[in-house]
Ligand binder design. Structure first.
Ligand code: AMP
Ligand code: ZN
Length: 114
C-alpha cells in the first residue's frame, strides 16, 4: 500500500533496524522501545488490523507466531517470558494501520495492560 509506513519499511524505502526477514514476515526494532527488547513483527502483505484477518490471509499471522517463537528461543528471552501485543483500532491505541505484533521482553511486564 502506497502511503503505509510499514509497507515502506518492508520495501526499504524507510530505514529500519532489521531483526529477521523471510518471504512472509519482516521483524524490526521499535523506534521508541518500551522494554529492553521491543520488536515489531509485520506481515509482508498489507493487512490493516486484526479486524481484517480472514481465511485468505490468516496463514501470514500463523507464520508470524512461528517466527516469534523462533526469535524468542534464538535470542534467549523465551525462557524468561515475554509478551506479544497487537493493538487493534483507535481505542486500543493502534497508530500504524498495517497489522503489527509488538514483542516485548527483558523486564517484568505489568498486567493488566492499559
Ligand atoms: P501501535 O501504537 O500499536 O500502532 O504501534 C506502532 C509502533 O510503531 C509504536 O510502538 C512506534 O514506536 C512504532 N514506530 C513508529 N514509527 C516507526 C519507525 N519508523 N520505525 C520503527 N518503529 C516505529
Ligand atoms: Zn502496509
Amino acid at each position: 500500500m502506497e502511503d503505509c509506513l510499514f509497507c515502506k519499511i518492508i520495501k526499504g524505502e524507510v530505514p529500519s533496524n532489521k531483526v529477521y526477514e523471510d518471504d512472509l514476515v519482516y521483524v524490526f526494532k521499535d523506534i521508541a522501545p518500551a522494554a529492553p527488547v521491543h520488536y515489531l513483527a509485520v506481515p509482508k502483505k498489507h493487512i490493516s488490523s486484526a479486524l481484517e484477518i480472514d481465511s485468505h490471509n490468516s496463514s501470514y499471522i500463523a507464520h508470524i507466531y512461528e517466527v516469534i517463537a523462533k526469535i524468542a528461543k534464538d535470542e534467549g528471552f523465551g525462557k524468561d517470558g515475554f509478551r506479544v501485543v497487537n493493538n487493534c483500532g483507535e481505542l486500543a491505541g493502534q497508530t500504524v494501520f498495517h497489522i503489527h505484533f509488538h514483542i516485548l521482553a527483558g523486564r517484568e511486564l505489568e498486567w493488566p495492560a492499559g
